[in-house]
Design a protein around this ligand. Structure first.
Ligand code: DGY
Length: 325
C-alpha cells in the first residue's frame, strides 16, 4: 500500500500527478483553508503532509497525528512549523529554498520602485479621473539610482537584492548576524555596517531575515526613529519583524517617508490604518508568486515529501536530528 499524504491547499496538476506515482494523495483542491481541528482530523491517518504558511504545525497537532513522518512546507520560511516538536517526534520537516530567491528579490525591487516613484498613488489618481495634465511638481518621488540601500539579513535573497542594486548603481550597506567573507562582500559591492549605522545611513532599508522570537519587532519605534526622515522601509519577509503599529505612527508623523509591504503582523488581517495612508504600498504576500516559481515551490515540496516516504534524505531537510529519533 502506498503511503498516505495530505496536501492542505490547492496545488498544480503536475504536482498531484507526481505525488500520485508515489503516494495515496488527499488534496484540498477547493483550497478552503483548514481550521486546526479539520487539519488534525484529516491528518490523523496520514504519514505525510504538504502544507503552507497558513497551516500551523504545532505540538498539539503532532500529538493528534502520531503516524506523521514528514512535514513538507511549500515555502522557504517555516515559522508556521514547531521544528523542535517535529524533531522530538522524529518528524522530518522540509522547506523550499533556492527556487524563489530571484522572484522574491524582484518583488523587493518592485516595492522599492513603487514606493520611491509613488506608482500606486499615481495609478489611483488616474483611475479616480483626477489627472488634468502635466505639471512640474506632480507626484514628486525620490531617486532609486545612486541611493543607499541597506539590507538587514544577507542570506540568499539579500545577496540577490544586492546584485540587483548594482544595476541601479546604488551604494549597498548590509547588516547580518555573521559578516560575509571579504570576497563575497567584494562581489556584491556591499559594505558591512552595524544595525544602527545602517538605519542612520540608508535611503531604503530592506528586511530579509526569517521570523523567530529573536527577530520579533526587530524594527519598532526606536529603530524607525533612527532612520532618515526621507527613508523608505521595505518588508518582503514576514509580518511580526516590524511593529506595524509603530510603523503606522512613523508613516503618519513623517518619521520616515514611506514603506513597501508584502507581509503584515497577523496577516491576512492588517492594521486598518495602513489603508488610509498614501505613503505605503501594500501587496498581499506575493513575494514568490510567479507561475514558474509557485510551480517550482510545489514540486520541490512534493519531492521532499516523496524522498522521506521512500526512505531517502530529503533535499531540503530542516531538522536532520529528527532522522536520528
Ligand atoms: C516563503 O516561501 O516563505 C514565502 O513567504 C511564501 O511565499
Amino acid at each position: 500500500m502506498k503511503p498516505r499524504l495530505l496536501v492542505t491547499r490547492e496545488v498544480f496538476d503536475e504536482t498531484l500527478h507526481y505525488l500520485a506515482q508515489h503516494c495515496e494523495v488527499e488534496s484540498n483542491q477547493q483550497d478552503v483553508p483548514l481550521d486546526p481541528e479539520t487539519l488534525a482530523q484529516r491528518l490523523e491517518d496520514k504519514v505525510g503532509v504538504m502544507c503552507c504558511l497558513t497551516d500551523r504545525i504545532d505540538e498539539q497537532l503532532l500529538t493528534r497525528c502520531p503516524r506523521l513522518k514528514v512535514v513538507a512546507n511549500i515555502a522557504v520560511g517555516y515559522n508556521n512549523i514547531d521544528l523542535d516538536a517535529c524533531t522530538a517526534r522524529g518528524v522530518m520537516a522540509t522547506n523550499t529554498p533556492e527556487v524563489l530567491t530571484d522572484t522574491t528579490a524582484d518583488l523587493a525591487f518592485a516595492l522599492i520602485l513603487a514606493t520611491a516613484r509613488r506608482l500606486t498613488e499615481g495609478e489611483a489618481y488616474i483611475r479616480a479621473g483626477q489627472w488634468s495634465g502635466w505639471y512640474l511638481k506632480q507626484l514628486l518621488g525620490v531617486d532609486v539610482h545612486h541611493a543607499t540601500l541597506g539590507i538587514i539579513g544577507m542570506g540568499r535573497i539579500g545577496r540577490v537584492i544586492a546584485r540587483r542594486a548594482q544595476g541601479f548603481e546604488m551604494r549597498v550597506i548590509y547588516h547580518n548576524r555573521v559578516r560575509l567573507a571579504a570576497d563575497i562582500e567584494q562581489a556584491l559591492k556591499a559594505t558591512y555596517v552595524s544595525k544602527d549605522e545602517l538605519l542612520e545611513q540608508a535611503d531604503f532599508v530592506i528586511l530579509q531575515m526569517p521570523y523567530m522570537p529573536q527577530t520579533h519587532h526587530l524594527i519598532g519605534a526606536a529603530e524607525l526613529k533612527k532612520m532618515k526622515s526621507s527613508a523608505i522601509l521595505i518588508n518582503v519577509t514576514r509580518g511580526g519583524i516590524v511593529d506595524d503599529a509603530a510603523l503606522v505612527r512613523a508613516l503618519k508623523d513623517g518619521t520616515i517617508r514611506g514603506a513597501g509591504l508584502d507581509t503584515f503582523e497577523g496577516e491576512p488581517q492588517l492594521n486598518p490604518e495602513f489603508l488610509e495612508l498614501k505613503n505605503v504600498v501594500l501587496v498581499p504576500h506575493i513575494g514568490s508568486s510567479t507561475e514558474t516559481t509557485r510551480r517550482a515551490m510545489a514540486m520541490t515540496a512534493a519531492k521532499n515529501a516523496v524522498a522521506v516516504l521512500s526512505g531517502s534524505v530529503p533535499p531540503n531537510f530542516l531538522n536532520p536530528e529528527a532522522g536520528k529519533n
